[in-house]
Design a binder for this molecule. Structure first.
Ligand code: PMP
Ligand code: GLN
Length: 390
């Protein structure tokens, strides 16, 4: 008799992004849940990818990534953060940031070692740690504002801490780290064996004139960090699943040992197109903050006409809203109700934390054309007037 093995991830179900996008499609709701743009990548970038396919770039890319793309990444981080990385030994192209995060964890975390997550935390970190046999240690972000309480992080650090995961700009809260946070992080880790996994996929979406405080701007942190980003966010092509990981050569070597057996290599025409587009349009990323800030402001103006409470996001393409003036329902139920009854899909924020959640928060994605945001705003304006769900 065949007995199936116990699940290695017994507490994991289908991701909330899949669940809510599916529900949105079923209900014909405006989908502001899963984070993806409803507009296309720049036409020239699409042309360059098509051109690459037509000119025969259709076979396996090098395992570590196309040289031209790794060089473009190295040039970008030198220009933006003053960080000199060797494209040959310190940059790896991955199948989205998701693969990079997974490989970094598998490369360094051993059974019984601890990984500190700041909660709420993006949903892919914890399963990666569990599959590596590691133990997650959670530190809540401080309310209000979802800032990192570095004293609590210090208390959580132990000789068993292998990795500390930081995510800025932060999904789902939109909070960003600043220079003082990086000072604190640097000071804290000085005498520790812990490495850093920095998820910076929204690095080009920091608003109100602030600059992104990248781990890559701190040589002492670069020496112990995996820094992950995603072309999907930057070039409006989440479906292409192309990202990268920057790490010192010794860590990159370990990272690639995993990457070569998880993914081996990433779609070659996309890499060729992205490399050429980055060379042709070096200003694309710099224009992104203004582009998304306008969308944030548009959504916030619409939310201002509803009973929802909010503080404008400092970064990312997400906006949190507090619905406690409308309903006492737990957020998962409220998000379902909103999708079905109001026709606007969001992400309930409690799914990014392990414990019970008393907060009444949902996350809106504003990476949408203005008419999409306006149509959602019209539907949201009905909130409260019909009594809301109970
Ligand atoms: N990290 C964070 C914080 C994200 O929000 C996302 C995707 N939305 C990812 C990683 C994964 O990025 P990718 O789609 O490039 O795998
Ligand atoms: N990261 C995206 C979000 O936060 C979703 C990515 C996914 O669906 N895996 O919405």
């Amino acid at each position: 008799m065949l007995t199936l093995p116990d699940s290695k991830l017994p507490r994991v179900g289908t991701t909330i992004f899949t669940v809510m996008s599916r529900l949105a499609a079923e209900c014909g709701a405006i989908n502001l849940s899963q984070g993806f743009p409803d507009f296309d990548p720049p036409p020239r970038l699409v042309d360059l990818v098509v051109e690459a396919m037509r000119s025969g770039v259709n076979q396996y890319a090098p395992m570590e990534g196309a040289p031209a793309l790794r060089e473009a990444i190295a040039a970008k981080v030198l220009a933006l953060y003053g960080c000199r990385v060797d494209p040959a030994a310190g940059v790896t192209v991955t199948a989205g940031a998701t693969e990079a995060l997974f490989c970094a964890v598998q490369a360094v975390v051993r059974p019984g070692e601890e990984v500190i997550l700041l909660e709420p935390a993006y949903d892919s970190y914890e399963p990666a740690v569990e599959l590596a046999g590691g133990r997650v240690v959670r530190v809540p972000l401080a309310r209000p504002g979802f800032r990192v309480d570095w004293d609590r992080v210090r208390d959580a650090l132990s000789p068993r801490t292998r990795l500390l995961v930081v995510n800025s700009p932060h999904n789902p809260t939109g909070a960003v780290l600043d220079d003082r946070d990086l000072d604190a992080l640097e000071g804290l880790l000085h005498d520790s064996r812990a490495l850093v996994l920095a998820d910076e996929v929204y690095e080009h979406m920091v608003f109100d004139g602030r600059a992104h405080a990248s781990v890559l701007g701190r040589p002492a942190l670069v020496d112990r960090s995996f820094v992950v980003s995603s072309f999907g966010k930057t070039f409006h092509c989440t479906g292409w699943k192309v990202g990268y990981c920057i790490a010192p050569p010794a860590l990159t070597a370990e990272f690639r040992k995993v990457h070569q057996f998880v993914q081996f290599a990433v779609a070659s025409p996309m890499q060729a197109g992205l490399a050429r587009y980055m060379a042709e349009e070096p200003g694309h990323a710099a224009a992104l903050a203004d582009f998304y800030q306008r969308k944030r402001d548009r959504l916030c103006a619409l939310l201002g006409r509803t009973p929802l409470g909010f503080t404008p996001s400092a970064g990312t393409y997400f906006q949190l809203a507090d619905y406690s003036a409308v309903s006492d329902l737990p957020d998962v139920e409220f998000a379902r109700w909103m999708t079905r009854e109001l026709g606007v899909a969001t992400i309930p924020v409690s799914v990014f934390s392990a414990g019970a959640c008393a907060e009444r928060l949902v996350r809106f994605c504003f990476a949408k054309n203005d008419p999409t945001l306006d149509a959602a705003g019209e539907r949201l304006a009905r909130l409260g007037s019909n009594g809301g769900p109970t």
